[in-house]
Design a protein. Structure first.
Ligand code: PLP
Lengths: 403, 275
């Protein structure tokens, strides 16, 4: 089987990755997602669009991000060589801006003047607010009440950037509720508004658009590792919330059959407790937020609230392409508990002098096992997709430290 | 196959030169017993068609009133199987009033489309409106519905142009539900004059009756909508009565209050004589 031909087919004309994906939206939104798809196809053909994005990536975001050999972490585990793809060095401190920039440029092409976004950790909200400030666009960010509380620094940053924050109290006041509210806003303000989705989920074409914009991570990493090591890695690893940083890293490696693609989901208090955010490891297929994918849900098809110490991973679903990659056996999905992530957070900080966000700390927590499994001659890349500044207060609290 | 109950309801209204009244309630809010009483009260006070809301944790097209109603129904344990059982109980004594299940895709998907279609038909449900199953995504359900004689009721909205109306009409049956405003349920009200042309277009393209809903709360508004459509849908206003009953703890007050509202709407709609 020629994988290259196989993988390039997805998503298909109906926006599906095998049985996953699709456009499960209210009729009001159907003309909008169809228009978005058409506009995106046009933009992708337009060299001016690519040039504008490239220019801002270079001079505003700070791309390419470095590929860094995590020497002490490698020594610590005593297995494969571990490289970090340092997307935490991007402007605004995470990978989220790669996608925001692309979507907001698309919105400008479409003549939309009002941008809405959902956010969990606040990183996507900050990135969206940043790009909107840069282009003088109105920005409204929906954020669960619980998250407004635990991500205060980011809330303040968004306000400084001129965004309006709408705290969402419905449900449990986390990311999924923020997404519901953003969809409700979009249904209401169809003419003026562009919905900038922050992860590789939502109705088609969002999973494809977000993947394409985030794939800059994997494209750079692939070229960088070839230059540094003269060969492809044996494994690439990333944490999974909705799956955007992971699919961005994975996608340019999908056709490289020898490269293991490893995602790490948030296991919260442990998958067996039911208090987690591991949709692939602890959920089953269903329909939410415009796509068919793995979801945390009851027997009766009601959505179960996710739990993770990391607000950015606290989502009961996962992007449809990951559901597909997992069912096809192309990618592996591990999980990591809150406690393990906290430990990895501290380990990385002490050994590498890099304070990671709690989200990639989940991937760091599993990297040792994979490194040992690959052995001394192995080579791997971990996406350090965000920095931990936003998390220092919640980490202090979890560690029982008064700051 | 003979005439469906939904077709029957529209035929009768046409004969009487009036528009139909479609009433929505959330099953299980504040409890299933109250919902049963409410179904009867709505029917007895002039509702021609009843939409039985199936609760979902993440109702992305609903405003606060129906969101809260769904959460109340879920809080007391209402499951999709209970909603179907409620329909079956109503159907035992009522062979004519159409019942339409309205909800979101995931609970139905979770039960399995085949199991659901089978159970719904057996219970005497006449069709469904699944908000997040646009024509692009409902093919598997549509096939099963055809086999079971159930209607696929689709939505049209202010964003539906003629081209899209044709897509919405593909495989649709019963009637088209025209959502009068871009927005969630219970939000602002529409200007009938602004949508009249589009309602007529959807009727022409689909060849089906068109009912208008979203934002209709009073008799006066219902009468205005009755002038431009084959039917008027009222939801949040009924759901708020159940909400009041829940708030005061006087569940028994819900059905009479919903009945009184249905009566008011019925009288107002009937004041408009249709050609
Ligand atoms: C730093 C960081 N990493 C990861 C995520 C999770 O999102 P995704 O799985 O889409 O990359 C977030 C979300 O807020 C984040 O802020």
């Amino acid at each position: 089987m020629d994988l290259r031909n196989t993988w390039d087919r997805w998503p298909d004309a109906n926006g599906r990755f095998g049985e996953f994906g699709g456009r499960y939206v209210a009729e009001t939104l159907m003309p909008l997602v169809l228009e978005l798809e058409a506009e995106y196809r046009k933009a992708r053909q337009d060299p001016a669009f690519a040039a504008e994005m490239q220019d801002l990536w270079t001079h505003y975001v700070g791309r390419p991000s470095p590929l860094y050999f995590a020497e002490r972490l490698t020594e610590h585990f005593g297995g494969a060589k571990i490289y970090f793809k340092r997307d935490e060095l991007n402007h605004t401190g995470a990978h989220k801006i790669n996608n925001c920039l692309g979507q907001v440029l698309l919105a400008r092409r479409m003549g939309k003047k009002r941008i809405i976004a959902e956010t969990g950790a606040g990183q996507h909200g900050v990135a969206t607010a940043t790009i909107c400030a840069r282009f003088g666009l109105e920005c409204v960010v929906f954020m669960g009440e619980t998250d407004v509380e635990r991500q205060k620094p980011n809330v303040f940053r968004m306000r400084l950037l001129g965004a309006k924050i709408v705290p969402v109290s419905s449900g449990t006041g986390t990311l999924k509720d923020a997404m519901n509210e953003a969809l409700r806003d979009w249904v209401t303000n169809v003419e003026t508004t562009f919905y900038c989705i922050g992860t590789a989920a939502g109705p088609h074409p969002y999973p494809e658009i977000v993947r394409d914009f985030q794939s800059v991570i994997g494209r750079e990493a692939r070229a960088q590792i070839l230059e540094r090591e003269g060969r492809l890695p044996d494994a690439v690893m990333a944490c999974i919330g909705g799956g955007s940083n992971a699919i961005g890293l994975f996608h340019p490696f999908i056709d490289d059959e020898g490269v293991r693609l490893i995602g790490v989901e948030a296991a919260g208090y442990g998958i067996e407790t039911g208090m987690h955010a591991a949709a692939l490891n602890g959920g089953r297929p269903g329909i939410l937020h415009g796509n068919r994918t793995y979801l945390l849900q009851t027997e009766d098809g009601q959505i179960i609230d996710a739990h993770s110490i990391s607000a950015g991973l606290d989502y009961p679903g996962i992007g449809p392409e990951h559901a597909f990659l997992r069912d096809m056996g192309r990618a592996e999905y591990l999980s990591c508990t809150d406690d393990e992530a906290l430990e990895a957070f501290q380990l990385c900080t002490r050994l590498e002098g890099i304070i990671p966000a709690l989200e990639p700390a989940h991937a760091i927590a599993r990297v040792g096992e994979v490194a040992k499994d690959l052995g001394k001659n192995g080579l791997m890349i971990l996406n350090l997709c965000g920095r931990g500044d936003k998390d220092v207060f919640s980490v202090a609290k979890a560690l029982g430290v008064d700051v | 196959m003979g005439r469906t109950r939904i077709e029957g309801a529209f035929a009768e209204a046409r004969r009487e030169n009036r528009a139909v009244l479609v009433a929505y309630l959330m099953a299980g809010d504040p409890d299933l017993e109250t919902s049963y009483a409410a179904l009867c009260a709505l029917r007895d006070n002039g509702a021609d068609i009843i939409e039985l809301g199936a609760p979902f944790t993440d109702p992305m097209a609903d405003g606060a009133a129906i969101q809260k109603a769904g959460l109340r129904a879920l809080a007391n344990g209402t499951k999709l199987t209970d909603v179907i059982a409620l329909a079956a109980r109503f159907r035992k004594d009522d062979q004519t009033t159409p019942l339409i299940l309205m909800g979101y895709a995931n609970p139905v998907h979770s039960m399995g489309y085949e199991t659901f279609a089978d159970a719904a038909a057996t219970a005497g449900i006449d069709g469904s409106i699944i908000v997040d199953l646009p024509p692009e995504e409902d093919a598997p359900l549509r096939e099963l519905y055809t086999r079971h004689g159930l209607s696929v009721i689709r939505l049209a909205t202010p964003t539906t142009d003629e081209h899209r109306a044709a897509k919405v009409s593909e495989g649709a049956s019963g009637f088209i539900y025209f959502v009068a405003v871009t927005g969630v349920t219970g939000a602002g009200s529409a200007d009938p004059a602004a949508i009249a042309g589009q309602v007529a277009m959807v009727k022409r393209v689909s060849g089906l009756p068109v009912c208008v809903g979203f934002g209709v709360k009073s008799g006066a508004q219902a009468a205005e909508m009755a002038k431009i459509a084959d039917g008027v849908v009222v939801g949040s206003a009924f759901v708020e009565k159940a909400g009041d009953a829940h708030a005061t703890g006087r569940f028994k007050a819900a059905a009479p209050a919903m009945g009184a509202l249905a009566r008011e709407l019925r009288v107002a709609i009937d004041s408009v004589r249709k050609a």
